[in-house]
Design a protein around this ligand. Sequence first.
Ligand SMILES: *Cc1c(COP(=O)(O)O)cnc(C)c1O
Length: 412
Amino acid sequence: MSDLKFITKILHHPFLKEDPHGSLHMPVYENVAFEFKSAEESELAFQRKKPAHAYSRITNPTVEAFEQQIKAVTDAVGVIALSSGMAAIANVLLAVAGQGDNIVSSKHLFGNTYSLLMSTLKDWGLETRFTDLTRLDGIEKLIDDRTRAVFFETVTNPQLEVVDIRAIADLAHARNLLVIADTTLTPPYAFRSIDFGVDIDVLSSTKYISGGATTVGGLIIDNGTYDWRKHPQFAEDARQFGPFTLINRLRRKVYRNLGACLSPHNAFMQSIGLETLPLRIDVSCLNALKIAKFLENERRVKSVNYPGLETSKFFRICQKQFGTRPGGLLTFDLDSKEECFRFMNKLKIIRRATNLNDNRTLILHPASTIFCEYAPALKNEMGVRETMIRLSVGIEAPEDIIADIKSALGEL
Ligand SMILES: *Cc1c(COP(=O)(O)O)cnc(C)c1O
């Protein structure tokens, strides 16, 4: 199975245990508890000497089948599916850094992630040091002996900034730091994180993977590349568990105790979505490029930002890391917030909704929505302008979307 292409592997990955009815898709095991044949069997299961499901918050066959599909296509050592992308980010950061520790990141982040770092985790004594990650010299200055990780988004939402991942990974690894990437905008298939030095992916599978925004979910993908002996809190575990150190810590402690598990029904939906992920990514990226090119030539549009455009300053690094698949998100600027609102209200096909990588094209004014809780100066630092519109390009016929935009621009 190992030399098959992504989509073939997803569709034909064998189950860990054969289904008694020969079901082609792992059924939904919508139950809580699993029975043991004897007390001895249950002891073995709890001691992890014999793999078995016991309780669905901890593991579940449907959730496990989804995790195994992801593991097969990423070559990760372990995958954990969670109830949301935010749960994935929080679980990983809480597992690798403690009170008094710090991580290095950028202010160019998804709004809720920024809030997690700046309020929730900060209140618990975990500090985030922000810098411009497109410049390596800033990172070096922030690192001290309590720094545990560098955390960034592969394509930032909504600034669409793209960092040189290999360069950041080399710098971080030279200082024994973990490299954690939020790969929501470029999930597996668009980006092979293991080839660029990322140790751990965290992502919102709500977006591209769920398949048309069917369910909320998140993933932790551990590439198994970090040497845990170099991490002060893990040195002892590392001798016993080697590359499985983090997955083990999550399964036995952080993930199990926080209880943000993916429901079996959502795992089923996400696994079905995964089957068509490559088709949907290819179409949405192609559509996004067509729409970005169209917008570049429109008089009312002040600027267009799509890292797949040759005119983007991130074009070359983007090609190196994601090939022709930098995701389906683009932004553009009109004259004012009022003009943005007028334009959005004139659209007939494109939907006004806050999600991305739906099958439908969605539009949002980030400054007045996701980022509304932040003061103007901070929004500015976060690269969120009042004149900016975010478009998440779907899989419709691109000419229909272009016609919708053209007609709304024409009415301004
Ligand atoms: C949506 C999103 C998240 C959060 O994911 P949820 O599934 O909504 O919790 C995190 N990071 C990025 C880049 C996102 O776009």
